[in-house]
Design a protein around this ligand. Sequence first.
Ligand code: TUI
Length: 317
Amino acid sequence: MNTVEFCRALGIRYPIIQGGMAWVSDANLAAAVSNAGGLGLIAGMNCDKEQLRQEIAAARTLTDKPFGVNVMLLSPHAGEVARLVIEEKIPVITTGAGDPGLFMAAWLAAGIKVIPVIPSVALAKRVARMGAFAVVAEGGESGGHIGDLTTMALLPQVCDGVDIPVIAAGGIGDGRGLAAAMILGAAAVQMGTRFMVARECTIDHGYKEKILKASDTGTMVTGRRLGHPVRLLKNAFARELLAKEYDSSISNQELENMAADSLRRAAKEGDLGGGSLLAGQIAGLIKKEQTAAEIIDEVMAEAEKAMRNSQFAIHNC
Ligand code: TUI
C-alpha cells in the first residue's frame, strides 16, 4: 500500500500522524491535527474509561474528521480503554509499550484498524501476522518510552520485514524527515515533539518554551534499570532520577515512586524542574510555536522541496 492508498484508507489528506502522548494528546490537539488533514490521536494512557469517553466526545464536537486513540499497554486502565474504543466505534488505534496480542481479536472483530508501535522487526512481524493494519516503527530518538534501535536502522529493516504499511517515528520534526522516511520505505510519519508546540496543544507554556530552547544534546534517557527507558529533556529531576538508578541502596519501587505522576506534574502543573519533560531528540530543531495546520502545511512543502532536490542531485551524479 503506497502513501496515497494509505491516506485514503484512513480518510486523511496528508501522511502525518500525531503521536498519542500521555498528558499531552487531548481532544483539542487531536481535533486540530485531524482538521488540518493529518490523523490526530487522543492518548488513552492518562485516562480512565470515563475521562477518555469525555475526551472522545469533546473531540467529536471539534472535528468531523477521523481521529484515533492510543492505547498505552502499560497503563493500569489499558483493559477498560481497550473496551471503550470498541464501544465508541473509534476507527483507528495505535498501541504502545507492549504486545497488543491480548486485545487484537476483539479490535479486529469490531473493524478497528490497529497500528501498533513497535521497536523491533520481530514484533512488527508478530503484529502483522495478527492482522495489524500498519505498524509505527519508532526509533530511540523519540521522546518517552523507547526501544534500542535508531529510526535510520529500524525503519528499512521493518519495511523489508512486513507487507503492511510502515509509519516512521522518532527524530522526525520537519519535511526533510518526512522525505527521508519515505525514501527509506515509510508510507507516512508520526510526529510527537513537533506537535507539542502546536498552539492547540494545551500543555503548560513553560514546557513548550523548554522544547523551543532545547539543543541537539538537550535530552537524556532514564528508566533503563526499570526496563522501560524513557527519553526526556535534561532537568534537575531527570539528573536526580538517573543518579538514583546507579545507587544500589535505592530500590526499584523507590525509583517507580519518584517517576509516578512526574509526567502530569510537567504537562499540567508546569513543574519544569521536578517533572518529566518528555521530548524527542528532534526538539533542538523546533524553533517556533505554530498552529497544527501551519505545521502540517510547512512539513508537506519542505518534504516536496527535499524530494525534488535529492532527485535532482542523484540524477546529476
Ligand atoms: O509508548 C510509547 N511512549 C511512551 S509511553 C509513556 S508513559 C510511561 N509510563 C510508564 C512507564 C513508561 C512510560 C511515555 N512515552 N511509545 C511507543 C513505544 N512502544 N515505544 C516503545 C514501545 C514498545 C516497547 C516494547 C512496544 C512494544 C514492546 O514490546 C515488548 C514486548 O512485549 O515484546
